[in-house]
Design a protein around this ligand. Structure first.
Ligand code: ATP
Ligand code: MG
Length: 472
């Protein structure tokens, strides 16, 4: 059964139960209340009548009394069946019947016990169905007669029936609005659930860049936010998986190539240097040898980077301070920043915990990031370098923020791919960041990038803090 029908069905059931309970409890309460009201209200009426008429009863002014009785009965037509007055001796003095007088009313009792102010009895027969109220007519402490007042019992029944009908009508109207509310409520539940279902289907098809727009602050909103978070995390892990798969595939290929190319290249470089040194300076041979030597060195660098892609760190891991790693790397490259008049702003956090890592490899990471920043920053631009510790104190963070030409959004997912470069042929190989990525992953860390095209780029490198006690 669809959720929407379940909710509506539930609502109607609850309302019907409430309504039934209401109708029945009310009619019982009402019956008691009406009987109570009858006792008090009508007894008071009978008493006031007795006060008005006691003299006329003593004087046996039958016509006068009958007149009054008819007037009063007319006023109470819907409730009062009869009014009877008996004298001291129990003879019927006056009554409100125009036609046949019911015989059984002659058997009514007129005597009262001590302290008894009135008597209420139900009379039920084929002819009559009334509540009879008997009140003594007093002159001082002497009883001079009796008034009997017959209240129609169907008057009470009618009242109860009208009340029940009204209540049923109200219930129907309330149910109608309840269904509307249920419809609205169920839509607020089913609509987002439907969106979540669609999103889940898309995720199962591998579309991890989708997310759901639900801003409500209730449980559904929480669920949607958790769903979005889950999708984002899935996307990140999927990206990382793809990245490491690419790196490992490239790594296997490059390891073989690097191994094969390394020794001939080293031999070639030393031979060329030997012949270059032998050639006459400023001669054509010398300048050709210089060109050849530079080309070979360039190739050797690529081969070296190639090797780093696959290599699991064999170097020694020692305790290091990230501020020192940055400072020592900056000393290699500072002159190049000076050439472009780039201002370096340093914000190092003090007393940072140490990390464990390979110094040369981590310097290589910083160098690659700094070189990219230097290439991107315009003359006279700025580079901010910050170090910090994460809020949960588990990671140390190196942040490099430049105001260079930035990275187009469509390239952001590619920059860690081996051989991805936007630099002109001969200037970039596209290995710097993939090497850095491999090294940082080897150190149990992470690199994150954010960039706005033509505004600047920020690289954050995360490395796990080293805990001396636990030795990790
Ligand atoms: N700070 C930066 N500002 C703008 N673009 C950047 C920045 N860092 C990296 N990039 C982009 O990422 C690409 C890949 O960088 P990566 O360091 O891997 O290769 P490369 O610098 O092109 O070549 P290599 O480093 O191998 O000499 C760059 O070509 C550039 O487009
Ligand atoms: Mg680079």
């Amino acid at each position: 059964m669809k959720l929407i029908f379940k909710i509506i069905f539930g609502f109607i059931l609850i309302i019907l139960l409430l309504a039934l309970a209401n109708i029945y409890s009310t009619s019982y309460v009402l019956k008691d209340l009406l009987e109570e009201r009858l006792k008090t209200g009508e007894v008071v009426f009978a008493k006031s009548l007795s006060n008005r008429l006691y003299r006329k009863v003593i004087e046996a002014k039958t016509f006068y009394i009958t007149d009054v009785l008819f007037d009063e009965k007319t006023l109470r037509e819907s409730k009062v069946e009869y009014i009877l007055i008996f004298d001291e001796k129990g003879y019927l003095l006056s009554h409100t019947y125009l036609s046949l007088f019911p015989k059984q009313l002659l058997k009514l009792k007129h005597n009262f016990k001590d302290g008894e102010k009135y008597r209420l009895e139900k009379i039920q027969s084929d002819e009559l169905s009334v509540y009879n109220i008997a009140v003594p007519i007093m002159e001082g402490i002497r009883q001079v007669g009796t008034i009997h007042l017959g209240i129609k019992s169907d008057y009470i029944q009618n009242l109860i029936t009208t009340t029940k009908t009204t209540l049923t009508l109200i219930t129907l109207i309330v149910s109608f609005f309840a269904i509307l509310i249920a419809l609205f409520l169920s839509k607020t539940i089913t609509n987002p659930t439907l969106k979540l279902k669609i999103l889940a289907e898309q995720i199962s098809m591998g579309k991890l860049d989708k997310h759901i727009e639900i801003k409500s602050r209730d449980e559904i909103g929480d669920l949607a936010r958790t769903f979005n978070l889950m999708t984002r995390k899935l996307k990140i892990s999927q990206d990382q998986l793809i990245q490491s798969e690419k790196l490992s595939a490239m790594g296997q290929l490059s390891a073989g190539l690097a191994h094969e190319l390394n020794s001939p290249l080293t031999g070639l470089i030393s031979l060329i240097r030997k012949y270059r040194d032998k050639a006459e300076k400023d001669s054509e041979e010398h300048s050709h040898m210089k060109l050849m030597s530079r080309a070979c060195e360039h190739m050797a660098k690529i081969v070296k980077d190639f090797g780093s892609l696959s290599r699991k760190s064999k170097g020694q891991f020692i305790e290091l301070n990230i501020n020192d790693i940055i400072e020592s790397t900056l000393s290699f490259i500072a002159s190049q920043f000076k050439l472009k008049a780039i201002k370096i702003h340093k914000e190092y956090a003090d007393e940072l915990p140490e990390i464990r890592g390979n110094k040369t490899e981590l310097q290589q990471v910083v160098l690659n990031i700094l070189t990219n920043a230097k290439d991107s920053i315009h003359e006279g631009g700025d580079l901010h370098i910050k170090t910090n510790i994460s809020e949960d104190k588990n990671n140390l963070i190196m942040q490099f923020i430049d105001n260079g030409y930035g990275i187009k959004t469509k390239y952001l997912s590619k920059i860690f791919d081996p051989f991805f470069t936007t630099k002109p042929h001969g200037e970039g190989v596209g290995l710097g960041l993939s090497v850095a990525y491999g090294i940082i992953k080897n150190h149990g860390g992470d690199i994150k990038v954010s960039s706005e095209f033509s505004k600047g780029t920020s690289f954050s490198v995360f490395l796990p803090a080293y805990n001396h006690q636990e030795g990790e």
